[in-house]
Design a protein around this ligand. Structure first.
Ligand code: HEM
Length: 160
């Protein structure tokens, strides 16, 4: 996901004439499809597994905020790649996955759909980046200021 954010930022500054224009877009699309597939697997795994319960020391609003952030992140992990796919396939073109297989376009060909999907992709991607930064700051605060072992729990280890 981090590489996808960086590549998205980098490639949209390139001109059509740039040596790395096609390469960077193709890698972004293929990695984005991979991120989508892994995200769906992770969401199914999370639904199947028992979700760790929040600590009793966490305030009510903190528990609600954390739950909302997790749900939003999961939704974004599906919507961001989908909106990216919509940009690429809105002209009826298939999207190639590392030249291995191609996902056909199943969206209706409509005037302005590519631009609309581009706007949606932009706002969802950068909005999610902001949410990820807030989430990291909250986890660091819990780990190092409250010392409640939140990062250990995020990494699957029980809090000390
Ligand atoms: C989690 C996955 C993804 C992330 C985090 C991500 C992130 C980004 C970011 C930050 C940008 C730059 C936005 C801008 O400045 O306009 C971008 C652009 C773009 N992404 Fe993605 N992306 C993802 C998945 C995909 C997928 C799966 C595709 C296509 C199959 C895709 C296609 C594109 C295209 C075509 C652009 C250029 C849009 C333009 O030129 O306006 N992305 N992406």
């Amino acid at each position: 996901m981090i590489v996808l954010f960086m590549l998205g930022y980098y490639m949209t500054d390139l001109s059509y004439m740039d040596l790395y224009y096609n390469l960077s877009y193709n890698i972004h699309k293929s990695l984005g499809i991979l991120a989508f597939e892994l995200s769906v697997a992770m969401i199914l795994w999370t639904l199947y597994c028992k979700i760790p319960q929040p600590l009793a020391s966490h305030k009510n609003w903190e528990q609600i905020a954390a739950r909302l952030a997790h749900i939003t992140l999961f939704i974004m992990m599906v919507l961001i790649p989908f909106s990216g796919y919509a940009i690429s396939s809105s002209g009826g073109k298939a999207v190639s996955f590392f030249d291995w297989y191609a996902i056909p376009s199943f969206l209706p060909i409509r005037e302005g759909l590519e631009d609309f999907a581009g706007e949606v992709h932009y706002y969802l991607a950068y909005g999610t980046l902001l949410l990820v930064c807030i989430h990291i700051a909250a986890a660091l605060k819990h780990q190092f200021i409250d010392k409640d072992g939140t990062i250990s729990r995020m990494l699957g280890r029980p809090a000390e």
